[in-house]
Design a protein around this ligand. Structure first.
Ligand code: ADP
Length: 541
């Protein structure tokens, strides 16, 4: 029997058009490099997106060709999020924090044809221009600096012909691409279809996910070059929410200032960003008047339970989400549900710091060497994913095909346990797990416990080779005041962990290395402390 439904393509076009039609006056607020706030509306956005799409077509952009961006979070970046795909092209957001050489490699690998770059990022761009593939470079001008070598983005918009029709899009057309942040190896490219972006947005907006609404004022703090800012700009547009884009100012005070001024109700960022914001709130609790019921989505790495508790004390709800570039990125969100039954406060916090359950249409299975793991909250296995917004390959890297199982599931490389209700708890990334005397130790669990101790700002637990036990954990810690003593920390951890799981050493350092997306760069720490327990190490703490 043939169904009687229309053949309607799930593309970004109707998402944008609806915002322009139904929410023309809703604002998009951008923090500019001079710290002023620039305001435009969805009506403006739609006009400029259409203009950009026509200008790109007139400039010769062909279907599927890449337009790179090197920009902070602001309304022009949002324009390219829609304008490039509506022209039939693919927006490729370059990670401005990567070293120049890596940026050049990525832009060449992606085959980027044009680039749109923030004027304030020209110095970063100039470091890899000689190796970059771009045919034309358009500068989003915010200052008065001369840039004779490149074109003005606004001038590009002026070249848009009135009579240029936008292409008919298919939902399986490529719309965007990102590279992984390279925490465990070289960055790998993932190409998103219109359909993947649309369905991901629908799943995120749902009430039991992040409950996006047109009543919200949404602030993606996570950069728009990091996995599509976790889809936030698309979801906010889809529901007609106000958008607040922080530009280059990601320090705690600037973010809280924006939250207060623009009455932000939903924001997203990595734990390091929210740790700084929480510290500022703890320091000046009466100074900030944020919107009641503010929710902060957190992901990229696991937030400590203590951070969730501290935000609750400020009446701000931290919502934990997990995902990866390969899954557009969000795969699971942690929300408590009534069917969990009575729980103590401690049990609730413990559950809220897990990665939660897969969102609708995301399928997850957890596989150990002996097959699917039982839902007992103890047995570890790798979580594997399947779903309409999960990548089925990397862009032009056929040699990495074994990232997928023969039956088509993505091997995430994340080791998890599953509790009796199906909540996933990430124990570690495969490469970060510590194997001591044949037993696994979770570096993440130790880190999250250590940062819950007074005077600890940040902690990384890594495996170092050990002559007898193969590997042992050591903790590398950034301390504040009062600086904790190793014996005290050890006693504190001994209440929660078995003796053999406790770190063999507590090393205090000024700072820890991070990746371009704010994650702990454990590979650098492992290199640095490789010989620590073999006695060949000498470092002044
Ligand atoms: P990279 O793999 O280079 O870090 P991604 O930004 O795609 O690039 O990172 C995805 C990975 O980040 C996940 O596989 C997981 O290891 C980690 N991650 C993401 N969200 C969380 C979270 N909420 N808790 C713990 N780890 C997370």
């Amino acid at each position: 029997m043939k169904n009687t439904m229309m053949d309607f393509q799930l593309t970004l076009a109707p998402m944008l058009e609806r915002a322009g039609t139904l929410y023309p006056t809703v604002q998009i607020v951008s923090r500019m490099p001079d710290r002023s706030l620039y305001r435009c509306t969805y009506a403006d956005l739609v006009t400029r997106v259409r203009t950009l799409a026509r200008a790109l077509i007139a400039a010769g952009l062909q279907r599927g060709e890449r337009v790179a961006t090197l920009m902070w979070n602001h309304s022009v970046h949002l324009e390219t999020y829609f304008g490039v795909p509506l022209a039939g092209g693919v927006i490729h957001t370059l990670n401005l924090r990567l070293p120049a050489q890596q940026l050049a490699l990525i832009a060449n690998h992606a085959g980027d044809r044009f680039l749109v770059v923030d004027e304030i990022l020209l110095p970063a761009f100039q470091r890899f221009i000689s190796d970059a593939p771009f045919e034309r470079v358009f500068v989003h001008r915010t200052g008065s600096g001369p840039f004779d070598r490149y074109e003005d983005y606004e001038a590009l918009l002026k070249t848009a012909p009135d009579d240029c029709a936008l292409p008919q899009l298919n939902e399986y057309d490529a719309a965007a691409m990102c590279y992984t942040s390279g925490t465990t190896g070289d960055p790998k490219g993932v190409v998103y279809s219109h359909r993947a972006l649309v369905l991901h947005s629908m799943a995120l907006a749902m009430a039991d996910s992040l409950a996006f609404s047109h009543n919200d004022s949404v602030m993606p703090v996570v950069p728009m070059f990091h996995a599509n800012a976790w889809g936030f700009p698309y979801v906010a547009t889809m529901v007609g929410a106000k958008q607040v884009l922080p530009g280059p100012y990601l320090d705690a005070e600037s973010l809280l200032d924006l939250c207060q001024r623009e009455q932000v109700t939903l924001a997203t960022g990595v734990p390091t960003v929210w740790m700084a914001v929480c510290a500022e709130l703890d320091k000046n609790p009466r100074h900030w008047r944020v919107a009641p019921g503010l929710r902060l989505a957190v992901g990229g790495s696991a937030p400590a339970e203590s951070l969730i508790r501290r935000f609750d004390a400020h009446n701000i709800r931290l919502i934990h989400a997990w995902g990866m570039t390969e899954s557009t990125p969000i795969a699971s969100i942690c929300r408590l549900r009534p069917s969990l039954g009575e729980m103590s406060e401690d049990e609730q916090y413990a559950l809220r710091s897990t990665q939660g359950t897969p969102v609708p249409f995301m399928e997850a299975r957890v596989i150990s060497r002996t097959g699917p793991v039982p839902w007992d909250g103890k047995t570890m296995g790798e979580v594997q994913l399947r779903g309409p917004w999960v990548a089925s390959s990397y862009f032009n890297m056929p040699e990495l095909g074994d990232k997928w199982t023969p039956d088509g599931w993505l091997r995430t490389g994340d080791v998890v346990t599953v509790n009796e209700h199906g909540y996933l708890h990430i124990v570690d990334r495969t490469k970060d797990l510590i194997k001591s005397g044949g037993e696994w130790i979770s570096s993440v669990d130790l880190e999250n416990a250590i940062v819950g101790y007074a005077g600890v700002k940040e902690a990384a637990v890594i495996a170092v080779p050990h002559p007898k036990w193969d590997e042992r954990p050591i903790a590398v810690i950034v301390a504040g005041e009062p600086k904790p003593k190793p014996e005290e920390l050890n006693d504190f951890l001994a209440k929660r962990f078995a003796k053999w799981q406790l770190p063999d050493a507590y090393i205090f350092v000024e700072e820890l290395p991070h990746t371009s997306t704010g994650k702990l760069l454990k590979s650098a720490l492992r290199d640095r402390y490789r010989d620590y327990l073999n006695g060949h190490f000498s470092i002044a703490d």
